[in-house]
Design a protein around this ligand. Sequence first.
Ligand SMILES: C[S@@+](CC[C@H](N)C(=O)[O-])C[C@H]1O[C@@H](n2cnc3c(N)ncnc32)[C@H](O)[C@@H]1O
Length: 306
Amino acid sequence: MSREPDARTREPVTAAEYLRWGEQRLREAGVHLGHGTDAPLDEAAALVLHAAGLPFDAAPAVLDRPLTAEQQQRARMLIERRIAERVPAPYLTGEAWFAGLRFAVDARVLVPRSPIAELIVDGYAPWVATDALERVLDLCTGSGCIGIATAVHLPWVEVDASDLSADALALAADNVAAHGVADRVRLVQSDLFDALGGRQYDLIVSNPPYVDAADMAGLPAEYRHEPALALAAGSDGLDLVLRILREAAAHLTAQGALICEVGNSWVALEQRCPGVPFTWLEFEYGASEVFVLTRDELVTHAAAFR
Ligand SMILES: C[S@@+](CC[C@H](N)C(=O)[O-])C[C@H]1O[C@@H](n2cnc3c(N)ncnc32)[C@H](O)[C@@H]1O
């Protein structure tokens, strides 16, 4: 009489079994999480479900079906590459989710993960008057995620999305087309504000490079797959942020505001600019530090940014 092999000891076959196998492999290998997931099971799910062509919310009955030989091979390959090469999962699957939207990603751009996504979904309220927003600048746009998500969630807004990297802008153009917002999102190659002329915006939103030299030296291997241009910002992490603080007011309308992510460099920023009334935002997900300053505050405290 033949007996079914014990599902706990035999090789995985179903999607659910591959999820558990992948979770265990990733946990044992001690991969660093931080590119869209914060638990080995979620990381395994991103890779295995992609290999199987299944959605994130696949029903349990679907997960209990056997994967084809080809799907199994793909799932193993993705999990093993994730471990051996320490590649962030979104670079293996070619996609990342941000503000509820899918973005194509590859090693030309930072993997989207900014908590600014939460602000976008809320229409940037209460930090700006959402209904009055007409023109938004996404400075340092990378994949285009912040600018494109802004255009999708606020369908009356016009967005300029700029980056120094031609490679990043080429991928951002694919994302603009995929989301059907080419009529309202203009991509601009620019060293911060340099190529933007005298254009003014109701909101400047930016996730610039802000990693300081000490943090760069100690980055887990996963982050070394991302462009250094997207991360490194000098000894104290403030090279780009201080330039933005100096130049933003000239590009804001009278009621305009700057929203900027600075991560761990918030400590250096507070020390460098004492007395500046940074409003530090709180998020449900993601721990990175983000401040808001109004145009009036930028003008009043301009001397602190010199
Ligand atoms: C931290 S990544 C942010 C990407 C995207 N906004 C996001 O949140 O995922 C920073 C981006 O700034 C760009 N960058 C670096 N230096 C720049 C500069 N001087 N002017 C404009 N963009 C710059 C990089 O190419 C990179 O795409």
